[in-house]
Write a protein that binds this ligand. Sequence first.
Ligand code: ADP
Ligand code: MG
Length: 520
Amino acid sequence: MRFNLISKLTLATGVILVVSMACFTWLNIGNLKRLLLEETVTSVDNLSETIVRTTHYQMLDNDLPRAFQMISEAGSQKGIVRIRMISKDGRIVFSTKKGEIGTLVDKKAAACNMCHTGSKPLLHTSSMHRSRIFTAENGAEVLGMAKGIYNEPKCSAAACHFHPSSARILGVLDVIVSLDAMNAQLTEYRNKIILYTFILLALLALCLTFFMVRVVIMPLRQLLAHTEKIAEGDLESSVAVQSGDELGDLAHSFNAMTVTLRQARGELEEWGHTLEVKVEERTRELKQMQAQLIRSEKLASQGELVAGIAHEINNPLTGILVYASLISSDPKLDPELKPDLETIVRETQRCASIVKGLLDFSRETPLQKKPLALEGVMEEALNLVVHQTLFHDIVITKRYAAGLPQVMADHNQIEQVFINLLLNAGQAMTGNGELVITIDLLPGGASLFASIRDTGCGIPEEHLVKIFDPFFTTKDQKGTGLGLSVSFGIIAHHGGKIGVESSVGHGTTFTVILPLPEEE
Ligand SMILES: Nc1ncnc2c1ncn2[C@@H]1O[C@H](COP(=O)(O)OP(=O)(O)O)[C@@H](O)[C@H]1O
Ligand SMILES: [Mg+2]
């Protein structure tokens, strides 16, 4: 079972209230009872005194019937249960309850033992001491009070000479009154207090509820609504701070927490975004690397095949060339056949140069590495090509970084790579455009790069994967399709990389990366 705050607080306060009211009532009723008893005892004492005094003369005259009549009159008052007169020897001389007249009272009985406690009776004891409370035959609570009738000179000197002058006490007047009225008063008082307690309890619950709702529940509900909003991801809202107490402090710190959360989420989102970009970048890089790997493997297997064929063809070609040259310089040769033989020699030489290219591509030619300044090699390659008509109308921009370190490479082969790339660029621009050549350190400083950017026709996406393949060309009769594959082989052999970026209609950039020798 779930109790809300109000019920708990009301229950606790209610219990405290009821317990304290019960203690208060118990103490109060005890006090009140004592007061009422004292009052009753005093009035009974007064009545006894009045009876003794008013019957005094009848007694002296021994006019007992009149004295008893007066006692009967007094005994008929409301609340008086019984009045009786008991002689010194314990005999009931008179009683308003006729039946007991003449009977003896036991001195140990409640009416007597108040005075007859020890061997001697206590004379002139206080009125409170002389009273006793007991339950009457009908079950009602009653108060009895005994009053001694003392011997006086008048008594012993009276005409009847009934009592000797030596006797100190002549008898006892015992008045018994009902305590019903007093008990009823007490019950009424108790009931009233119970009623007031309940009214107080209801008022208290009402005030507490009102107070709790205004001061605690409402701010708490606001906080709860705020936390629910936060849980749903709404970090823009805030709680209104209404009080300067602990709940106000809580609202304050909640708002501060929301702001911190908002900032943290912002940072996280930004971070997530950066991560996404980084992942994309890495994926692209990985794809490129994978493509390069595939290309390298493909080229390696093609290289082996090509090298085998080139070797096989090289020997017969040398034979053909030697014998064709011999025959063409033979004086016995019919002069009419000479031009045909020269054609055979020329075409065979062409075949030989293709075979040499193939052997270069398959890395059959051993590297002769020495320290090289890349910008120097580039200048030599440029000198070889720029005089061709193809380059006459091409604007060449060179961006060589100053103080670049040297690479360890084969001069001829690197020059061959640069010539291939420059020629391809010139051919792509068909005599018109801009060539930008950059040589610099790569970020990190472990490698150098040389990039050749042209404003030529560009390479379509589907060709990009094939351009490094041997014999791939788009140049019909003019191209061999060996330039890029040979270049790729050379750069790979140097432990470097060759990359391409192109956009159809805008231009192409080839980048050669060569590692720098590791410093000792
Ligand atoms: N700078 C460039 N611009 C446009 N296409 C190029 C460029 N470089 C190479 N290519 C393409 O790559 C192909 C292969 O080049 P390459 O291996 O040098 O052989 P070839 O030049 O004999 O055709 C070319 O036919 C051409 O289609
Ligand atoms: Mg080429």
